[in-house]
Design a protein around this ligand. Structure first.
Ligand code: RAT
Ligand code: ZN
Length: 418
């Protein structure tokens, strides 16, 4: 183990970040057997909801008129507005440029013709392999909601698994939309009711256990509003305590909490219509302290919550922080959050996930993560060396692997060591 000089640290960190295969622990990508649920290609990239939100700031088109267009028309409008009439300087637009560039496609053309021809010529399985290779990912984790009518039946019919795609039992359909979905659960033979009685909670647990057996998820997950409270005498509160957490203990999987969404503040924007609010972390505190036998993955949407969340992670070893989620996934904020986490938690957190909805997005999202994190990690090791502890390549290798692989493998049992 030879000590690196201060000047060698940054290049070694960059090399280790490049050569380590990461696990993308939260995406909205789907394995090929889930068919057209899996989005890929230029029209999907350009109509990503992050870009739709930006369209309405630069174009006079109204949401109703936009959403009445075909996918291709939408993509043409967004391309013209955000990429031709303006320089694509925002994080989400620049991401499309980085993807096109990585695939050898024109980045400044007036239309999407060449890109469309390129994607039409790809076969999905080979393309997935190529994209994950460019992104430096060994595996991605999906988001699979059994109550999504487009998805549930496919699992029930039996789907072919894929070694690079891990399922996640997403609970939004049950926990956030009980009124809409309890009848669908009842129709499958579970004795649930509209008010979610104690008997219904027990049946909901049976429903989740059956799905855990079917899906073999690496964790269960829910997104939650900024107003989330726990414990709470509400349908969601009772389902979490009486169905979800016992199911997670039974199958020894973590529960992922993504807290801080203000849903549909602008309903006309559909998927792009959500905003952010600061959450009350005492709800998380009560959950962590009351359920020491449950493990939680936690990501919060509000920047204002991040310091407090680090403090809670120091108090509760059953909390694993992950990701700079959605509106936080901008280099300026990622930098601030990651430095704070390293300073307060060492390497006991998972710095990032992509949240990719379109396959090729993993290329730019992980490229940006590596680029933003290299100087932060290097600076951490430089400070250590300056304070008298020699730093070796092995140290850097171990910590990069821990941050982007083993923390998750340990938490989920994926690496065989729960
Ligand atoms: O980042 C996003 O794409 C959001 O729309 C949400 O999907 C969020 O990540 C979630 O998982 O709820
Ligand atoms: Zn997501």
């Amino acid at each position: 183990m030879s000590a690196l000089s201060i000047d060698q640290i940054l290049p070694v960190v960059e090399q280790e970040l490049q050569s380590t295969q990461f696990i993308d622990i939260h995406t909205h990508l789907f394995m090929p057997s889930l068919g057209e649920l899996g989005l890929w290609g230029i029209d999907e990239l350009v109509t990503y909801h992050y870009l739709e939100a930006e369209l309405f700031r630069s174009s006079s088109v109204k949401p109703d008129a936009y959403f009445a267009m075909t996918k291709r028309e939408k993509a043409d409008l967004i391309w013209r507005t955000l990429f031709v009439e303006n320089a694509p300087v925002s994080e989400a637009t620049r991401g499309v440029v980085a993807v096109l560039s990585a695939l050898g496609l024109p980045t400044a053309s007036d239309d999407l013709k060449v890109a469309r021809e390129y994607f039409a010529a790809q076969t999905l399985e080979a393309h997935i392999g190529n994209v994950l290779k460019i992104a430096g990912l060994s595996e991605v984790v999906m988001t699979n909601d059994p109550l999504d009518p487009a998805e549930g039946p496919r699992w029930e019919a039996g789907v072919e698994r894929h070694a690079k795609f891990h399922p996640v039992l997403r609970l939004d359909g049950m926990l956030n939309k009980w009124a809409l979905n309890w009848k669908a659960i009842a129709a499958k033979g579970y004795k649930v009711d509209e008010g979610c009685s104690d008997a219904a909670v027990a049946e909901a647990r049976r429903f989740l256990s059956d799905w855990a057996k079917r899906m073999k998820p690496v964790y269960a997950a829910v997104s939650l509003p900024d107003t989330f409270q726990f414990p709470e005498d509400s349908i969601r509160g009772r389902l979490i305590a009486g169905a979800v957490l016992p199911m997670c203990r039974e199958f020894d999987i973590p529960m992922s909490l993504m807290i801080g969404v203000r849903y549909l503040v602008n309903p006309a924007l559909k998927l792009a219509g959500d905003a952010v609010g600061k959450a009350d972390l005492q709800a998380l505190e009560r959950m962590a302290v009351s359920y020491p036998d449950n493990r939680f993955l936690v990501s919060l949407l509000s920047r204002e919550n991040q310091h407090e969340l680090c403090v809670y992670a120091r108090k509760f070893a059953n909390l694993m922080l992950f990701g700079c989620w959605w509106f936080l996934n901008q280099p300026s904020v990622v930098e601030e959050m990651t430095r704070e986490r390293l300073e307060m938690l060492g390497t006991t957190f998972i710095p990032q996930h992509s949240d990719a909805r379109v396959l090729e997005q993993v290329i730019y999202k992980w490229r940006n993560t590596r680029r933003t994190l290299a100087p932060i990690l290097a600076n951490t090791f430089k400070l250590l060396a300056e304070d008298g502890r020699p730093v070796s390549r092995e140290d850097i290798h171990r910590d990069v692997t821990r941050l982007f692989r083993t923390n998750f493998e340990r938490w989920t049992g994926l690496g065989g060591a729960a």
